[in-house]
Design a protein around this ligand. Structure first.
Ligand code: ADP
Length: 486
């Protein structure tokens, strides 16, 4: 099968969160199963070029129409993690992909709509039939409508358009002019209109309405967003198209996340010998303590590695920091705040805790450090308010670190309380305290039980192998929904 992913992120060269991991992991798993996979990405000026092999110009000048004008693009190609990756470098006057950041610009909807058109322009030029055109989140959802209205009529052939919702909370609501700037007809406005802001369009809705099949990143998240008790206009849209929805639990890339040879770790270990793994983890713990100037003491390290956004339960993380210290543990937070207010709030906390050698708050995005924190910690905290999948607890388990999660979304699919982790229900102080107390109590008083939980998590298969099979099954199935809207 020829499978083309169009996306805004790809690990490790353009990563903000789990979307990047999914693109790398799923593509590699499909490619290992002998499918022809290509990823199309903007050529951001902040790409980590070191991780791209053989990067070279494929098309010197590809014109794209946007906002009433033709713009020049250079198309680059290279390999990321062995996967053919095509980059669109735009020479538009707004410097759409030269913002030193992947997201966060006020004109993000225009930037990504431009990218959608340019990606299709490139695919049209390739003149190769596509079996699956796989789109991810609102950034690339417009491809589905552009394909229908503008590119299929020009001869671009694609058997199925798939849309994966990695997070329903990011909708891509924007002014209606984006539609016409991308070259679509104003008669499409009604189709993708945002009902809360009736003069705006909703790009996530565009993906839901126009794609043939939709996946969400875990079965339980699919169930949650289809629950009629959920309010909000998108719930109505999701319910209207519910036959298109399937939940597939994400995996993690077992080559990228591998404690047996992780280049960011000074010592390595394997799930085949958990006693040995726990001994090595002690050495890694000492190394982490030295790196972060934490006291060298016989006590558990609790950690969280996360974007600091309301979804991830930042208040619960703060409460967990203090509770862990009270109970005699140490806490490491590697957290990236996307807005200055949250950054300042956590920076204040960091200053307040500066005198303690039992806590370290690293308020940045740091991929190499994240690998060491996963490996050297004992307990990994994911107190999300909602969570479409949650890749971090899977990575933690692979590294022999026990997750402590809130029972929501994909975390319900992943964690079974006291079997491969600890879980709590209500997002309250009592909720997180009770789970944290149980987990720390287990570390201090029941080492055999602790080891059993580590072993269960480490030996479960969290790889992309099974999820990729499920995706292939979906790719092969006939589309459930007909494009009633055209
Ligand atoms: P989301 O996609 O909602 O951010 P996931 O749990 O699915 O959450 O994936 C998060 C990914 O981003 C993981 O690979 C995690 O290790 C990584 N990550 C999150 N925050 C940081 C950070 N501050 N530094 C390094 N890696 C991070």
């Amino acid at each position: 099968m020829r499978i083309v992913h169009v996306a805004a992120e790809l690990a490790p060269i353009a990563k903000v969160g789990g979307l990047a991991d999914v693109l790398l992991g799923l593509s590699r798993a499909l490619s290992e199963k002998k499918h022809d996979v290509e990823i199309i990405l903007p050529k951001y000026d902040c790409l980590d070029l070191k991780a791209i092999e053989n990067l070279q110009v494929a098309v010197h000048d590809l014109p794209t129409f946007f906002a009433g004008k033709s713009h020049h693009n250079t198309i680059w190609q290279g390999r990321v993690g062995g996967i053919k990756t095509t980059f669109i470098e735009s020479h538009d006057l707004n410097n759409f992909f030269a913002r030193k950041t992947i997201y966060g610009a006020p004109d993000d909807p225009a930037r990504f709509s431009y990218f959608c058109r340019a990606a299709l322009e490139y695919l049209l030029k390739c003149r190769q039939k596509i079996d699956i055109l796989h789109l991810h989140d609102w950034h690339t959802a417009m491809v589905a409508l552009l394909y229908q209205d503008l590119y299929q009529p020009q001869g671009l052939k694609c058997s199925k358009v798939m849309f994966t919702i990695h997070n329903l909370a990011y909708e891509g609501v924007c002014k209606r002019e984006i539609l016409t700037q991308a070259g679509l007809s104003t008669r499409r406005f009604e189709l993708i209109k945002d009902e809360n802001q009736p003069r705006s369009i909703n790009l996530l809705k565009c993906g839901i309405v126009c794609a043939d099949t939709i996946t969400t990143v875990s079965p339980n998240y699919a169930k949650e967003i289809l629950d009629p008790k959920e309010n909000g206009f998108l719930n109505k849209v999701v319910t209207r198209w519910k036959k298109k929805f399937i939940g597939v639990l994400n995996g993690i890339d077992y080559t990228y996340w591998n404690p047996e040879n992780d280049p960011h770790l000074p010592f390595h270990y394997s799930a085949n010998n958990v006693s040995q793994a726990l001994k090595i983890k002690k050495k890694l713990k000492a190394h982490l303590r030295q790196t972060l100037s934490l006291a060298d003491e016989e006590c558990p390290i609790v950690c969280a590695i996360t974007r600091l956004v309301p979804q991830k339960g930042p208040e619960l993380i703060k409460q967990a920091i203090f509770r862990t210290l009270e109970k005699g543990g140490q806490f490491v937070l590697l957290g990236s705040a996307l807005d200055p207010k949250t950054h300042e709030e956590f920076y204040k906390l960091k200053r307040k805790l500066a005198g303690s050698d039992h806590v370290h708050l690293e308020l940045t995005y740091n991929e190499p450090l994240s690998h060491l924190v996963y490996a050297a910690s004992d307990l990994f905290l994911v107190p999300s308010i909602f969570e479409p999948c949650g890749l971090t607890p899977m990575v933690a388990m692979r590294y022999g670190t026990i997750p402590l999660v809130r029972k929501t979304g994909g975390l319900i699919d992943i964690i079974r309380d006291e079997e491969n982790g600890f879980a709590f229900g209500p997002p309250t102080t009592e909720g997180i305290y009770s789970a944290l107390d149980r987990a720390l109590g287990c570390w201090f008083n029941h080492p055999q039980k602790w080891k059993r939980i580590v072993e269960t998590g480490m030996q479960q298969d969290w790889s992309w192998n099974q999820p990729a099979e499920e995706y292939l099954k979906i790719y092969h199935e006939n589309s459930v929904a007909v494009t009633e809207f055209s």
